[in-house]
Design a protein around this ligand. Sequence first.
Ligand SMILES: C[S@@+](CC[C@H](N)C(=O)[O-])C[C@H]1O[C@@H](n2cnc3c(N)ncnc32)[C@H](O)[C@@H]1O
Length: 360
Amino acid sequence: MEVQVLHMNGGLGETSYASNSLVQRKVISMTKPITEAAITQVYRSLDPTAYRFCIAELGCSSGPNTLFVAAELVKIVDQLSQIHGRQLPEFEIFLNDLPGNDFNSIFQSLLPQFRAQLNHEIGSKSAPCFVYGVPGSFYGRLFAANSLHFLHSSYSLMWLSKVPSGLEIWNKEDIYIGSRSPVTVIDAYYGQFRLDFWRFLRCRSEEVVGGGGMVLTILGRKSENAASKEGCYIWELLALSLKEMVSEGVIEKEKLHLFNIPQYTPSPAEVQRAVEEEGSFTISRLEASEIRWADCGGGGEHGYNVAKCMRSVAEPMLVEHFGDSIIERLFEKYQKILSDRMSKEETKFVNVTVSVIRRG
Ligand SMILES: C[S@@+](CC[C@H](N)C(=O)[O-])C[C@H]1O[C@@H](n2cnc3c(N)ncnc32)[C@H](O)[C@@H]1O
């Protein structure tokens, strides 16, 4: 699967990512103290006469989370400027995602709300914010050399640049790593993650100024076992729903064998090793936190909410491979399976957050 296929459901409707990203919003709020500490550290290390502060949100998607962190960062820099008696810098805010992302919704509806919010909270004294869309993969260069001060990314870097090669042969029974996955499957996924994350760090090392920082939250796991339930279960249950449709004759078995998710859920130790191997950044903080699947919220029953959340993320990939005729039925099945499992087990997502500073 090519990375270009990957994007969340666009628009603002019932099945859109914008309407189903509450759990991701909660994760951003949970990790806020880490982001605040990081931006404060970066601000203090800046040239006091700097008149420009450049921020990027990578994997920004399109929805209430797109400009959520940027608004917080502008407010913090405003407060810090007052405390330190410095002039408030002008802000450049870069919103990056893959070209298939719904950038139109960002600029048509989310940006006016962002400006109104800042005007309300900081007032007219606020320095101008110039906001840019940057379509492209964060596994390549996106920005000019030495141009960024602070970078944030949440729930995006677990997406790989592609489905690792070989899986079509080794991973017929699962769509991601599963509890019975052979070592070849785990190695293929981990190998792709190491390569991709290394590329990510190398590109950012050219773009972030010395003393600049990044806070990255990745859907991950605590265990050192890549096949542990924490990272895989949500996809195993989707695979189960797909297999039911194979037994009903709706999906061809061979078609399912060729479907694999381009994702890897790393452990904190794997993230640490990758940052240290690449060598351009030092780690200030590395933490793992948890959030319950039930926190997908949204007012309905738990299984329904989680299925909707996963649909807003996975639908474009599934449609590309299986066509759109299976989608309604698939997510009905998935919802039932999720409701059943959630009533019997404690089910959680694990978030790995790393805060790093570019070596000077
Ligand atoms: C689950 S969404 C998270 C969106 C948002 N950060 C949030 O927390 O709600 C993941 C986003 O990462 C984007 N993404 C995945 N791979 C990417 C890549 N290689 N380059 C840029 N964006 C990517 C997807 O298109 C998607 O919009």
